[in-house]
Design a protein around this ligand. Structure first.
Ligand code: UTP
Length: 293
């Protein structure tokens, strides 16, 4: 087993039904936040955490994601001929080293756990990261890099956790905490969407994971959980006791871009950090002058 996290899995095969009709012909992960698609932010976050190999779990209608990370000969040649250097520069984040990206087809969207299981042969016997691209975390030091720091300390499984308002715990996977130093919390149990009255905490798992390869043994069962889907949470719960398991309270603001309000809030927050956009935006929407993301 390596002592570094080298590989990341991006499950991008979901239906994106909450964004229909937009996602009828555009993958949800290609929806832009300001001027970059969600998947671009996810790749950047992974790169900044030292990831070397990017595994995309795709499905029908997700070809645009592969094209996005491909060499665009015609476009680049035309931009070059027209001396649009700034536009060529904007493409730099779309270039992945040759051989550093794998695309695996999840033939049916059977759930997040199933999507991760589809990466088993490419991951092999090493710990790996999972990023759900529809969750954005705005911070100078990326959420995954913060989690790798915790993994270097604790090993095992690491999940990103955030406190959510108690009445909303029934929308998340919630951790049952044990020892807690205020940043890293030992996880002794996981409950998917608990009743607020019986929830073990208000610490919710967000869309970032570092997982031991033992997870594949449990995903192999293909057991269906909540919503009739093969759930990653169930497989993670099955590893409790076998591998260390911790949650990290990360620095940064999280946006659930799988949800319309979260997606729009992310667009405003990311635009407000851009000097080329903020003045004009504040002219158009004067109330934004007092908006603090
Ligand atoms: P979500 O449930 O948030 O995404 O799954 P979704 O299914 O695309 O969206 P809605 O709920 O229909 O609007 C979380 C992540 O897991 C991926 C999704 O692409 C998303 O990134 N996923 C989900 C898969 O790759 N395969 C699946 O079978 C299910």
């Amino acid at each position: 087993m390596t002592s570094r996290i080298r590989k990341v899995v991006f499950p991008v095969a979901g239906l994106g039904s909450r964004f229909l009709p937009a996602t009828k012909s555009i993958p949800k992960e290609m929806l832009p936040v300001v001027d970059r698609p969600l998947i671009d932010y996810a790749v950047e976050e992974a790169r900044n955490a030292g990831i070397e190999h990017f595994v995309f779990i795709t499905g029908r209608g997700k070809g645009a994601i592969e094209d996005y990370f491909d060499h665009a000969f015609e476009l680049e040649t035309t931009l070059g001929e027209r001396s649009k250097e700034w536009a060529l520069k904007a493409l730099s984040s779309t270039q992945l080293d040759h051989g550093s990206a794998s695309f695996v087809r999840q033939q049916q969207p059977l759930g997040l756990g199933h999507a991760v299981w589809c990466a088993r042969d490419i991951i092999g016997h090493e710990a790996f990261a999972v990023i759900l691209p529809d969750e954005l975390v705005l911070h100078e030091r990326g959420c995954l890099a913060q989690m790798v720091d915790a993994w270097n300390q604790k090993g095992g499984n690491i999940v990103a956790v955030a406190e959510v308002p108690e009445p909303r715990v029934n929308q998340y996977g919630i951790v049952a905490p044990a020892a807690d130093d205020g940043r890293i919390v030992e996880v002794k149990g996981l409950v998917e969407k608990p009743d607020p009255a019986t929830a073990p905490s208000n610490l919710a798992m967000t869309g970032r994971y570092i997982l031991c390869p033992e997870i594949f043994k449990h995903l192999q069962n293909q057991r269906k959980g909540a919503g009739g889907e093969i759930q990653l949470t169930d497989a993670m719960a099955a590893t409790l006791g076998d591998v260390p398991f911790h949650g990290v309270r990360f620095d940064g603001q999280r946006f659930d871009c799988g949800d319309k309000a979260g997606y729009l809030a992310a667009n405003i927050a990311y635009a407000m950090r851009r000097d080329d956009i903020t003045p004009r935006l504040a002219e158009l929407i004067p109330d934004l002058r007092t908006y603090k993301p």
